[in-house]
Design a protein around this ligand. Structure first.
Ligand code: SF4
Ligand code: SF4
Length: 56
């Protein structure tokens, strides 16, 4: 299980700084989550202004 960032992402970078395991990185103008690194904590979803990270 991992979180996935949807197309709603604004590219603000807030979630990248908050992820405890460094699973989030910038890709073009949006951010992506490495599913193998994500520990499913939900922090990114909690800090995102538009709710782009979704639990898959
Ligand atoms: Fe990082 Fe947690 Fe979001 Fe996974 S759910 S990308 S571990 S902040
Ligand atoms: Fe995108 Fe939300 Fe992360 Fe900002 S906090 S980079 S809008 S997923």
């Amino acid at each position: 299980m991992a979180y996935v960032i949807s197309d709603e992402c604004l590219g603000c970078g807030t979630c990248e700084a908050e992820c405890p395991v460094g699973a989030i990185s910038q890709q073009d103008d949006k951010y992506v989550i490495d599913a193998d690194t994500c520990v499913d904590c939900g922090t990114c979803a909690g800090v995102c202004p538009v709710g782009a990270p979704k639990a898959e």
